[in-house]
Ligand binder design. Structure first.
Ligand code: PGA
Length: 307
């Protein structure tokens, strides 16, 4: 196969596909004699005939058929290489805009570390905000990817389940209910309650549960931050319902405890999402795949949710 060129292989593939020099010449925008010369030179390089003419038809010889299979493999590999090259160029530098729900702030920044080390030329803009503001950013197409806990019903989005995000009842460690099991939901009605702000997904899940069971809690304080609520609980201002992830990666706190209340944990998930029809950039697609890989790893390490 000395001196065979890629161009000759390309011409051969087209001739073999059409079974005709004339049609190959048309597809390649070449003259028929040029096509014939290329095939002749390739035949010489191979050292065996590649076609045989029977009547008006052109057939591949055994060597021709083998060469055809080899050509397809070569062209497939080249196409893959071109794609990889484009991705490498795309990933050398770029920007990734993320909007994530408040509760993911305990570990999304940690996941970003290894990603940024792998792709040091990528700049990241991370917004941590509540459900309502994520939806409004999404409807304005402000970011590449979103992580949120409730699939929006009025927006057309592609959503991929990511990790569990259970909501639990948090109280100070020395709370009188701390040691009790199976506390009836109605028992919370007597407790001063700290609620997230309007627009929070946590708040709407909690309200739905209470409404379904016709329990009305005494909201003593409304706060717009999970951290502030944790401090308020520890300070004895009341109890609240928050994502278990607000207790940090190990889920343990020396000041707070999870109460064993009927109907809890409220089972929820985080989703990775983006508006349907959005063309993800190479960077965004790579981060999306990376998140799913990490989710598998984390889910494999974490025991199933429990109180
Ligand atoms: P929120 O959402 O900040 O809107 O309450 C938190 C969550 O859904 O995990």
């Amino acid at each position: 196969m000395k001196q065979a060129t890629l161009h000759q292989l390309k011409v051969f593939e087209v001739v073999a596909r059409h079974g005709s020099f004339t049609r190959a010449a048309e597809e390649l925008f070449l003259t028929q004699p040029t096509v014939s010369i290329q095939v002749k030179q390739l035949t010489k390089a191979v050292g065996s005939p590649l076609f045989e003419q029977v009547g008006k038809r052109l057939y591949l010889t055994d060597a021709g058929r083998e060469l055809m299979v080899t050509c397809r493999e070569i062209f497939d590999r080249l196409a893959q290489f071109e794609m990889t090259l484009a991705e490498m160029k795309g990933l050398k530098q770029g920007r990734l805009r993320l909007s994530v729900i408040t509760t993911t702030k305990y570990f999304v920044p940690r996941l970003l570390g290894p990603f940024c080390q792998r792709y040091p030329g990528i700049d990241i803009a991370l917004q941590v905000t509540n459900h309502e503001r994520i939806l409004s950013r999404m409807s304005e197409n402000l970011d590449d990817l979103y992580i949120l806990s409730q699939i929006p019903d009025h927006l057309d989005v592609c959503c991929h389940p990511f990790l569990e995000n259970p909501l639990v009842v948090l109280a100070p460690v020395n709370h009188p209910l701390a040691q009790q099991k199976n506390i009836p939901l109605s028992r919370l009605a007597g407790e001063p309650f700290i609620m997230r702000e309007a627009g929070s997904g946590t708040r709407s899940s909690v309200q739905q549960l209470f409404e379904r069971h016709e329990v009305s809690v005494k909201v003593r304080l409304e706060l717009g931050s999970n951290e502030a609520i944790k401090q308020a609980i520890a300070g004895g201002l009341g109890i609240s319902v928050l994502s278990r992830h607000t207790l940090g990666l190990d889920g343990v706190s020396s000041e707070l405890t999870i109460l064993d209340v009927e109907g809890f944990p409220i089972s929820r998930h985080w989703y990775i999402a983006y508006p349907a029809g959005k063309q993800l950039s190479v960077v965004a697609r790579t981060f999306f795949d990376y998140l799913l890989e990490e989710a598998k790893r984390i889910a494999g390490e974490t025991p199933a949710s429990s109180n």
